[in-house]
Design a protein around this ligand. Sequence first.
Ligand code: CP
Ligand code: NVA
Length: 310
Amino acid sequence: MADRPAKRDFLSITDFSRDEILSTLDVAETLRSGVAGTKPLAGKTLGMIFAKSSTRTRVSFEVGAFELGGHALFLSARDIQLGRGEPIRDTARVLSRYVDGIMIRTYSHEEVEELARFATIPVINGLTDLLHPCQIMADLQTIIENFGPDLGGVKVAWVGDGNNMANSWLNAAYMLGFELRLAYPAGYEPNAEILERARGGGNIITTHDPREAVAGADVVNTDVWASMGQEEEAVERASVFQRYRVDDALLRRASRRAIFLHCLPAHRGEEVTDEVLEGPQSRVFDQAENRLHAQKAVMTVLMSEEGLAR
Ligand code: CP
Ligand code: NVA
């Protein structure tokens, strides 16, 4: 009998090969097109640990698991024993005896790595301070939806904080080879190691000038100036980031076909104007919808019998 392949995790888009990323996006596109499939998660349960708030991630994973024939359990970190100090490694081993996959949203990326090390089932990163790989899959799907499958041919601009989303874009550019221009203020750089690796393998331009990043771009992308956990820095950040607001004038510098993306939730009047968010180039609600399709694809490849891991 052939050995059972080791379980696979999705803590970062770099956990998948380039081909695996593209084939997962293909699955997501099939799901988006509404082709009724089998129920690859029949009889399976996803445990979802949340130490931070969520609308899209929580609802899309829960609905997605249901639509794939499975079940999802919402586990607020405050209400399970993890919140009272039970070690993450014990939580990993206990949950592995009950459920078939774990999705976790928390602060420390290292904590998620430890969870994955001790779990015997797939672990999916639903956002850490470092990365948000599920979001980047939905963002890539939104680019495919608008420009077709040649992801290598698009120019993506990032305007704002060098945060978990900026790091995730760097990883995506590293894996897929598209041009990524990032504009951020001094002192708010992306993760140095991720940036250096992406520079080695990708087509990365960094600047402090949002206009330089956006010039001729096909995708203009931003995120909040203060991420979850940085609430106390919000006032200071609001002043530092004033030049980094995506408004009509900035968007006009992009390619004529450019689309605007934001992972949401957005702070209108801060990182993006109401006009851009509600304007004809905005695809933010398609992007939010794609969280459902992309996550169903990730769960299918990691948790189903036919997927990568099984
Ligand atoms: N974009 C995103 O992850 O949204 P939620 O915080 O609502 O899950
Ligand atoms: N950078 C944001 C993304 C929210 C989906 C945060 O971490 O709060």
